[in-house]
Design a protein around this ligand. Sequence first.
Ligand SMILES: *[C@@H]1O[C@H](CO)[C@@H](O)[C@H](O)[C@H]1NC(C)=O
Ligand SMILES: *[C@@H]1O[C@H](CO)[C@@H](O)[C@H](O)[C@H]1NC(C)=O
Ligand SMILES: *[C@@H]1O[C@H](CO)[C@@H](O)[C@H](O)[C@H]1NC(C)=O
Ligand SMILES: *[C@@H]1O[C@H](CO)[C@@H](O)[C@H](O)[C@H]1NC(C)=O
Ligand SMILES: *[C@@H]1O[C@H](CO)[C@@H](O)[C@H](O)[C@H]1NC(C)=O
Length: 367
Amino acid sequence: MTASCAPRQAPPARPESPLFPWCCVGMLLAALVLPLPIFSVRCIDPPVLDSMKLKGVIKHRYYPGDRIDYECYRGYFYVWPYLLSATCEPNGSWSRIEEACLRKSCPDPEVKHGKVVAPNDTFEWESEAHISCNEGYFLRGKPIIVCNLIGENVSWSDTIPHCEKIYCGQPPKIKHGKHTNSYRNIFEYNELITYSCDPSNGPDEYALVGQNKLTCIEPNKWSSDPPLCKVVKCERPFLEHGIMVSGSREKFSYQSVVVFECLQGFYLNGSNLVFCGGNDTWEPEMPTCIKGYKPTHPTKTPLSKYPGYPNPSEEIPSLEDFEDLGKRELVLDPPLSRKNLPVQQCRSANYFPQTHVSVYILIILIC
Ligand SMILES: *[C@@H]1O[C@H](CO)[C@@H](O)[C@H](O)[C@H]1NC(C)=O
Ligand SMILES: *[C@@H]1O[C@H](CO)[C@@H](O)[C@H](O)[C@H]1NC(C)=O
Ligand SMILES: *[C@@H]1O[C@H](CO)[C@@H](O)[C@H](O)[C@H]1NC(C)=O
Ligand SMILES: *[C@@H]1O[C@H](CO)[C@@H](O)[C@H](O)[C@H]1NC(C)=O
Ligand SMILES: *[C@@H]1O[C@H](CO)[C@@H](O)[C@H](O)[C@H]1NC(C)=O
């Protein structure tokens, strides 16, 4: 399909009439003889403003010299030297008038050792103030307060919060162990204490299981639970069809590491490295030796998630993943059809504005 437009025609020129001069004379006469209606100048629609309203009775029309007065809406206050009145001018327009009132604002909330944010950039009524404390301090009170308009006055919805210094009391005492600065009762924010275990009287030493360093992070809150001091003993590990290649010793205490290998003809399933954990067990779980040869493509055994062991962030996709993909069909969007192409629009060839018609009719009637 080819779209084409007929060339646009210009509106026909007004035909020169032989009666033209007479027509003009007639029109002049008519203008002189007929008294034109004379409207008196008036002002309508007094200006509407956001911050102020008209005072007194509103009239339908005002005459030059008339004055209208405004007053601030509730919750707004007047700002000098803006005008609160407008006058009807001799040409029928109102004298210039601008917003003369502003929203009342709540006082700036001052918070020592903290920060106040105005999401609306102002503390006018209906706006919020967001309060937060500097590091080492905590907020007592509400973090968000709203400026409210009550009657004619504005006030904050709640008392302005304040920031207080963070202190911690004594950290927990533990059995068979102690912590530094234990003679003190009060600790400041970020202060660090270190736990250690007592020497034991028995054949095995106490092991410190857990975090040995704690810091004061919140009011009366330490960064973690205290550690445990306990005797940790793991049994000698035994791997069927395998051997311990390193780490062999008399006693296996907390965090002793052993490394395994499988005998020939067997392959290892699991971690070749284990350590003696705080619960007297080997972590991660003991591996096994399986008869045969390691499969050529990797089995999807979960990677060990124990702390301290490298953990690749992404698993390499297996061949099966790609095979799965291949089975899916490719779905394409329907191809662009010609139907969707925009239709070129043609302006009417007989363009002849209606206003012109009415002018011609008027002139014909007059003449
Ligand atoms: C009317 O007159 C005033 C001055 O008296 C002028 O500022 C204003 O622009 C005029 N308005 C119109 C619509 O002519
Ligand atoms: C911002 O101002 C508007 C209008 O004054 C109000 O409705 C809104 O709650 C305000 N928002 C905040 C976060 O202060
Ligand atoms: C508003 O404030 C004025 C002056 O501060 C006070 O006299 C008036 O009682 C207040 N009105 C209300 C409703 O709180
Ligand atoms: C390897 O060990 C895991 C868990 O320890 C087990 O679920 C899996 O079946 C074992 N693989 C083989 C091939 O035995
Ligand atoms: C050790 O034992 C405790 C209590 O039984 C348990 O909550 C914790 O998860 C165990 N830890 C490990 C690493 O198994």
